[in-house]
Design a protein around this ligand. Structure first.
Ligand SMILES: [Zn+2]
Ligand SMILES: [Zn+2]
Length: 147
């Protein structure tokens, strides 16, 4: 029986994906960013060398527009791709997210990239939102355990 080393395969996976992405681009003129769902941009940024090319393009566009924010994009995780448009509106040149504001966070008071909540009319930064998410999960777990 042939043996199959799952660990070795797993560590080779990013190389395989990179090869496929480069092949699509050079041989089939198909760009990763044209068909990859935006929800997968973050994971592509972690896994793929090919993605550096996409981020570099977005950064060049951001540079051209000016008013670049130092905050990472809450949606795709890339840095130096967010531009500030008329005072508060934020636009991401990588994932094209438009729903963020550059404003003071209701919770921590930081002037940063945040999203408006229709639920409580507040303006929340990404790290506070994440904190709420974790607190909420913990509450659910506690209830489940009968605390
Ligand atoms: Zn983005
Ligand atoms: Zn905050």
């Amino acid at each position: 029986m042939p043996s199959f080393d799952a660990k070795a395969a797993e560590s080779q996976l990013p190389h395989l994906l990179d090869f496929l992405a480069a092949f699509l681009r050079t041989e089939l003129q198909t760009l990763l960013e044209d068909f990859l769902p935006k929800e997968m941009f973050r994971i592509a940024g972690v896994l793929l060398k090919e993605w550096e090319r996409v981020v570099a393009q977005a950064r060049a566009q951001a540079q051209k527009e000016g008013n670049i924010l130092s905050d990472p994009c809450p949606a795709c995780g890339a840095t130096a791709v967010l531009c500030l448009r008329d005072e508060k509106r934020v636009f991401c040149h990588l994932c094209e997210a438009k729903r963020y504001h550059y404003d003071r966070c209701t919770e921590c008071g930081r002037q940063t990239v945040s999203s408006f909540s229709y639920f409580d009319q507040g303006n929340w930064c990404d790290s506070c939102l994440q904190g709420i998410g974790e607190d909420y999960m913990q509450t659910l777990i506690d209830i489940e355990r009968g605390k």
